[in-house]
Design a binder for this molecule. Structure first.
Ligand SMILES: *Cc1c(COP(=O)(O)O)cnc(C)c1O
Length: 376
């Protein structure tokens, strides 16, 4: 029995291999490894794709978030509001600049609950960090409204939602800054670590360019104490090729999600709640299942790989014990951590593979029903 992988990077590579190899060879032949022409070209192409003026390539999504916060002057003594339900990197970036993370629980779409943001604002709040988790665009109007009313900046974490639209605008383009990860498994993935910051603000773009390259605009003229966190030329060359496929791949993900929705409904499983924008790019397809861990074991026994995003919320991680947030602080996020299962999701997933996943979930439901009957 062949495995149904959770993500299949090899299937995708098969499609782009000749172009990617040519692009990499070109970097190797020219020797332009650091901030070469591919970096500048990718930045221009990605900015255009996102509908913003500037894009600056950096070494990872985490670095993108960190330098974006720095560029906004956020540091010690400041607070940043972000969803409790996110990958830990969103919070780590805030901690890295010395600011305090302030979590807000999710709503039924698994994204930051905009209705709870105002209660989390204090005189020290400097920014809101909406996270477009699972490929779902956070509706931007309420967030922009709150930010304007309180004089706050918006730093979007769009690491899981390349190309998603919110109210007709690309994620990354409605905040002061948008941050992307190109980790290999992301919707737009490099072949190594990579990230980018996008913005319409020339000063932010300039500050990020300085920060990523030793604080220099010209060689040996160091204006600030910057870091070295540049986007690799080889990764930029790969990303230029893959960016041309992104819309196709996202369309495949949407079609697969529709299949999952319909097939799950037919076996009595509620498909994931929609966001208002309905333009999700399904980085992950998450379902709520009773006896989730048992389902995961059963599927694994059938050769079907699944994921959990995320098994332990950030506020309950040892790294954030200093926040003093006990279990019960964010009930919806905590419930999601114990009930959500991420099904295989990648653009090349076949109909036969989808059918196997859904059949596996059906066996799980049958086995849970049988054991409750026995227990009753
Ligand atoms: C992947 C991810 C990041 C971090 O990106 P890296 O490139 O791995 O540093 C940040 N936030 C979210 C929501 C992510 O999914």
């Amino acid at each position: 029995m062949e495995t149904v992988p959770f993500v299949d990077l090899k299937a995708q590579y098969a499609r782009v291999k000749p172009e990617v190899q040519a692009a990499m060879d070109n970097v190797l032949d020219t020797g332009a490894f650091i901030l070469g022409p591919d970096v500048a070209a990718f930045e221009e192409e990605f900015a255009r794709y996102c509908g913003v003026k500037y894009s600056v390539g950096v070494e990872s999504g985490t670095a993108a978030l960190r330098v974006a916060l720095q560029a906004l002057g956020i540091g010690p003594g400041d607070e940043v509001i972000l969803p409790a339900n996110t990958y830990i990197a969103s919070a780590l970036a805030v901690s890295q600049v010395g600011a305090k993370v302030v979590f807000v629980d999710m709503d039924e779409t698994y994204l930051i609950d905009a209705a709870r943001i105002e209660a989390a604002i204090t005189p020290r709040t400097k920014a809101i960090m909406p996270v477009h988790l699972y490929g779902r665009a956070v509706p931007w109007e309420p967030i922009v409204g709150i930010a304007q009313a309180h004089g706050l900046r918006i730093v979007e974490d769009a690491s899981q939602a390349h190309g998603a639209l919110a109210g007709g605008r690309r994620v990354g383009s409605f905040g002061d800054v948008g941050c992307f990860s190109f980790y290999p498994g992301k919707n737009l993935g490099a072949y190594g670590d990579a990230g980018a910051v996008v913005t319409d603000d020339a000063r932010i773009a300039d500050a990020v360019r300085l920060e990523r390259d030793f604080g220099q605009r010209y060689k040996y003229e160091h204006l600030v104490k910057g870091d070295n966190c540049r986007l690799d030329s080889i990764q930029a060359a790969v990303l230029r090729v893959k960016l041309r496929y992104l819309d196709d791949w996202n369309a495949n993900r949407r079609a697969i999600a529709m299949r999952y929705d319909n097939m799950l409904k037919s076996i009595g499983v509620e498909p994931p709640a929609r966001t208002r924008s309905f333009d999700d790019v399904y980085h992950l397809y998450v379902v709520e299942l009773g006896e989730r861990d048992r389902a995961r074991d059963l599927l694994s026994g059938l050769g079907i790989q699944t994921g959990i995003h995320y098994p332990v919320p950030i506020h309950l991680q040892p790294a954030y014990r200093d926040l003093g947030l006990a279990r019960g602080s964010f009930p919806k996020t905590e419930a999601a951590a114990s009930q959500l299962l991420s099904l295989p999701m990648f653009p090349e997933l076949t109909e036969a593979q989808i059918e196997r996943v859904v059949a596996g979930i059906q066996s799980h439901l049958t086995s849970v029903r049988a054991s409750t009957r026995k227990a009753g």
